[in-house]
Design a protein around this ligand. Structure first.
Ligand code: UDP
Length: 397
């Protein structure tokens, strides 16, 4: 689908920071020195998260220069002179070398992170989320650059279990087991690749001096998320874009296996606020893994569908009432798909280290998201040849 990009971060200042393996010995927030703003590389700056993050980084008092890297930067709506726009793939010759030489902090957002790809293009998924990023980790370690890497809540896998195999209500960074399905369930190719990269980063932190923070986002949503089939991508997008696409085209909203599975949705503004805090708190976040999510927004996918229908109907009351339709996962995603049934983050560590407390509830997020999709996509979908805009929710997937 989307972008590959590069990032780096941390610098010599971060090198002297005490390490906190296993989540121990956090630096008190109050003792953190004001930052000499480092040059930051944002890899994946043209994607959903990157296009929100770069403006948030620029909005900080005394913001420094940013190298914004992606294959396509169309979504990144900034012309700030502080931003150097680099349209390139991460594997472009010399790119990572150049970025890690010039920048002190690398924020790594590039990923193939669409569940429809995990069991259909697992080799691409493993390369994009693991193989292509190992050189970045090594460069950051050898050059003393700080790496802030976006991993995923998918690493927790099917369910939250403690070390004895007992159920946990919340997924905890330092306590919860990582519980992936069997290898033939290729859904977990993404989680396995992400988990292995986490372990590579962690090992470089323990044994090769890497300054790092690992972030596990939990279902971040907002404007510009993912793609709309037929317009700026093909296939099955993440659930929010999938449902909005159905609303815009008059198609049914597809509830995979009935939509009983649950997700905890986090507003993208609050997510990038947390990332900015991570950038600005290198000592507190050094060597840490942080869940970023909003446990208050734990709902079923069916509830998300109902809420989106309500938000859409408020803007477009005259059309036919949208409908939801259950479809078996194997029919929708194909063989090898599997799912997480409940996914609720513990955010105690992020709240403590970042003084960050997400508050935006799901219904409050949706009108702005719907408005954004209507504004950007309604005209584009209307201009498509008949039949091109529909059918994504069909039985063939
Ligand atoms: N899902 C759905 N209908 C769709 C797309 C997704 O019911 O059109 C389900 C999917 O099976 C999963 C949940 O919604 O259980 C969230 O899917 P998403 O694509 O956002 O990714 P995930 O949270 O699983 O990483």
């Amino acid at each position: 689908m989307k972008s590959r990009s590069t990032r780096s971060g941390g610098g010599s200042q971060a090198r002297q920071a005490p390490r906190a393996p296993g989540g121990a010995a956090e630096e008190p927030i109050a003792r953190l020195a004001p930052q000499v703003v480092p040059r930051i590389a944002v890899l994946g700056a043209g994607g959903f998260i990157g296009s929100h993050l770069v403006p948030a980084l620029l909005a900080r008092p005394g913001a420094g220069a940013i190298d914004a890297v992606d294959m396509c930067l169309d979504k990144l709506d900034t012309r700030s002179p502080l931003v150097r726009r680099i349209e390139a793939r991460l594997d472009a010759p010399g790119l990572l070398d150049d970025l890690t030489a010039r920048c002190e902090v690398i924020i790594s957002l590039t990923a193939l992170c669409n569940p429809a790809l995990y069991n259909t293009r697992p080799l691409d998924v493993i390369d994009a989320n693991y193989t292509d990023l190992v050189p970045l980790v090594k460069l950051c370690a050898s050059r003393g650059k700080r790496l802030i890497h976006l991993s995923t809540c998918e690493v927790y896998g099917r369910m939250a279990l403690d070390s004895a195999g007992h159920a946990m209500t919340h997924m905890d960074e330092d306590e919860t087991s990582l519980c992936l399905g069997p290898v033939h369930k290729e859904r977990w190719s993404y989680a396995a690749a992400k988990q292995l990269l986490e372990r590579v980063i962690w090992a470089h932190g323990q044994h090769a001096g890497l300054q790092f923070t690992l972030v596990r986002p939990f279902n971040v949503i907002g404007p510009r998320m993912d793609f709309i089939p037929g317009v700026d991508g093909e296939g099955i997008p993440r659930v929010l874009a999938s449902f909005v696409h159905a609303l815009l085209t008059g198609d049914d909203l597809i509830l995979v296996d009935g939509g009983k599975q649950r997700r905890s949705f986090l507003c993208v503004d609050e997510f990038v606020d947390a990332l900015v805090r991570i950038v600005d708190r290198p000592l507190a976040c050094q060597g840490q893994i942080l869940n970023l999510g909003n446990p208050q927004n734990d709902v079923t996918i069916r509830t998300l569908g109902r809420a989106l229908i309500a938000a859409y109907r408020a803007r477009r009351p005259d059309g036919p009432p949208p409908r939801m339709r259950p479809v078996a996962a194997s029919k929708y995603y194909g063989v090898g798909y599997d799912d997480s049934i409940v996914r609720i983050p513990s955010i105690a560590k992020a709240e403590r280290l970042l003084d960050w407390h997400p508050r935006v509830r799901l219904p409050a997020m949706l009108p702005r998201i719907i408005d954004d999709y209507i504004t950007r996509y309604e005209p584009l979908l209307a201009a498509l040849p008949t039949g091109k805009a529909v059918g994504v929710g069909g039985a063939s997937r």
